[in-house]
Ligand binder design. Structure first.
Ligand code: HEC
Ligand code: HEC
Length: 357
């Protein structure tokens, strides 16, 4: 008796996963105080592309998140105003709506809060404060009309909160599933993957241990568990100062007072947010959807190709005292490595299939 509803529910999920551009993805999370609307999305798209919101009038969000590169920039580390570079690789915005915490160290709790960051980051948009954006928006007749239509407010009532709500709504439309993997795994189309990619899927879930963190659920796959891990990438930058740094923490010193280069500070990862020693060098598991289009890889852009990524994991990652226990030498054969790469290449959604690279 009790089985029927369960079965029906199962059928519902399965059919939901069968076809269409969002197949393989869970329902879109939308915050209650920022419902989606077509007009808000259109406004958000315009704001995302507006270069006036930068110190030198040359940078928009789209400068580092380019549609033709699956919303990345193809560079190891991002380049902002006056050609300045940071210490982190620009991740894709596609499917970022599914992350429970934004930024590679999870320092922003929502897309809305995330969007506040780049505008006032001195090497990204390089603005003094958010008021500069509000001023541009209030002076622009087109924006005034759109903010009125979308939020029902006058020019004087426009705040940065309205701006980031519209941007977040646009970002929630950058959703992509329906890759060959989805058609094979959820749609049960056995022709969707090559034999090599299908073998790669098995390695991904078993011998490679990849799905331990890059999760595949029974009815959807985000390829992230939204958790943070130290997989060793870039840790060599911290190694020379680690003993001294840990001693300083034990002595009760404020880690912000401890002298580190910008690169070293960046390598602390999740620790910068939580101040928990066990979080040193941890980064959030990134999605692997459209991964063939979003290189170079890792938080510091230090890994150029998917072949090198697989090689990195095969070696068991870069040793350090915080390395996660799920990272260990895999002893993959050359064929298994090729299969794993073929699988990663099967995660590209149709709308990013055609883009160059
Ligand atoms: C100068 C290049 C640059 C610009 C301009 C820029 N970003 Fe980013 N973006 C990055 C980098 C680098 C990161 C990763 C930073 C980190 O995690 O510390 C990032 C992270 C993000 C993330 C988080 C993704 C994730 O995986 O958690 C989102 C969403 C995002 N940016 C959206 C935007 C929006 C919206 C704008 C405009 C307001 C913008 N970006 C402007 C480079 C840029
Ligand atoms: C212990 C958890 C864990 C395991 C196991 C794991 N990963 Fe990762 N993966 C991560 C984290 C965390 C990152 C981000 C690290 C960084 O940016 O420095 C990452 C990054 C990546 C990236 C780069 C993504 C990007 O956008 O830059 C690829 C590709 C990748 N992993 C594939 C794999 C494959 C293939 C396996 C199995 C051989 C695997 N991962 C096993 C946690 C894991």
């Amino acid at each position: 008796m009790r089985l029927l509803p369960v079965l029906l529910l199962g059928l519902f999920f399965l059919s939901g996963a069968n076809a269409g551009e969002n197949s393989g993805l869970p329902p879109l999370p939308v915050s209650a105080d920022n419902p989606q609307s077509a007009a808000k999305v259109a406004l958000g798209r315009q704001l995302f592309n507006d270069q006036r919101f930068s110190g030198d009038g040359t940078i928009s969000c789209a400068s580092c998140h380019l549609p033709e590169k699956a919303f990345t920039d193809g560079l190891p580390v991002a380049r902002g105003i006056d050609g300045q570079t940071g210490t982190r690789n620009a991740p894709t915005v596609v499917n970022a709506a599914f992350y429970t915490r934004l930024f590679l160290d999870g320092r922003a709790p929502s897309l809305e809060k995330q969007a506040l960051g780049p505008f006032v980051n001195p090497i990204e948009h390089g603005l003094q404060d958010h008021q500069q954006i509000v001023d541009v928006v209030r002076r622009d007749a087109g924006y005034r009309e759109q903010f009125h239509n979308v939020f029902g407010i006058t020019a004087k009532q426009i705040t940065i909160d309205h701006v980031v709500k519209a941007i977040a709504s646009f970002e929630r439309t950058l959703i992509a599933g329906d890759s060959p993997f989805d058609r094979y795994y959820f749609g049960r189309d056995r022709t969707a993957l090559s034999d090599s990619a299908a073998r790669g899927l098995r390695i991904f879930r078993r011998k490679g241990n990849c799905a331990n963190c890059h999760e595949i659920s029974w009815n959807n796959a985000l390829f992230t568990d939204n958790q943070f891990y130290n997989i060793g990438v870039g840790f060599q930058r911290l190694q020379p100062v680690m003993d001294e740094f840990l001693q300083a923490l034990r002595d009760g010193r404020d880690p912000r007072q401890f002298e580190l280069s910008a690169w070293q500070r960046s390598e602390l990862g999740r620790f910068n947010v939580t101040r928990v020693i066990a979080d040193i060098g941890k980064f959030r598991t990134p999605t692997l959807r459209n991964i063939a289009r979003t290189g170079p890889y890792m938080h510091d852009g230090s890994v150029e190709t998917l072949e090198e990524v697989v090689e990195y994991y095969d070696q068991g990652g870069e040793k350090n005292r915080f390395l996660d226990a799920a990272i260990f030498p895999l002893h993959l054969t050359d064929q298994e490595k090729q299969d794993l790469v073929a699988f990663l290449q099967s995660l590209t959604s149709p709308q990013y299939q055609a883009s160059e690279k």
